[in-house]
Design a protein around this ligand. Structure first.
Ligand SMILES: [Zn+2]
Length: 209
């Protein structure tokens, strides 16, 4: 009985009783829908202005992610590792060896992040992807997903440029989806983890020191 007022305000005019539950529910649903319709229509005409409405109608699955909370496909380690596209030096060179080592560290790091889950580490795969590409979800459309790649470049010469110094951080260019790793500072898995973790934790444009 405590809901009687609210039921009546929905436009239901019959007796309020458990037996009439179905009728009452129908009235409430109708009332709520009718109230929402003008708002939805307004959104539609707004989207039409930018040609978005026809796109939404055509690409329902892709666009659902824009409107429904939590429907973004999360990044997983597998997707990320597959997207890595290193620009290696010539085969057989010392540089190439070091570059391969860095890529191995990176793959291991990504896999560990996923295995350890959110609780064990401050950085998860989503956060890492955000740092690297500017977005924490995988690209929306199938075509974008297929073409998605993260360019990995290597800097071998920071010692030459800066003289004696203790640390450099990877330089990310989120717009072009590329990252340059300072090879000289990434000689062990531990060192790699430490440098990456610091770079992600302390932001995008961490300078050299
Ligand atoms: Zn350096």
């Amino acid at each position: 009985m405590e809901c009687t007022d609210r039921i009546l305000s929905c436009g239901y005019t019959g007796p309020v009783s458990v037996e009439k539950k179905e009728d009452i529910l129908r009235s409430i649903v109708l009332y709520s829908t009718v109230r929402l319709l003008p708002m939805l229509q307004q959104i539609c005409s707004g989207m039409k202005l930018y040609g978005l409405l026809s796109l939404v109608q055509k690409e329902k699955d892709i666009c659902r992610q824009l409107f429904v909370l939590g429907s973004f496909s999360k990044v997983d380690a597998d997707f990320l590792v597959k997207s890595l596209s290193p620009v290696f030096s010539e085969k057989g060179t010392m540089r190439r060896q070091r570059e391969c080592r860095v890529v191995n560290f990176l793959q291991e790091f990504i896999q560990d992040m996923e295995d350890e889950g959110d609780k064990a580490v401050l950085i998860n795969v989503g956060k890492f992807c955000q740092w690297l590409t500017g977005q924490a979800h995988i690209p929306l459309s199938h075509a974008d997903r297929e073409g998605f790649s993260i360019t990995i470049e290597f800097d071998h010469d920071c010692q030459v440029r800066f003289g004696t110094h203790s640390i450099c951080y990877p330089i990310v260019n989120a717009c072009s989806c590329s990252v340059t790793f300072p090879v000289a500072h990434l000689t062990t898995q531990e060192e790699f983890r430490r440098v990456i973790a610091q770079a992600i934790t302390y932001g995008y444009d961490f300078g050299r020191s």
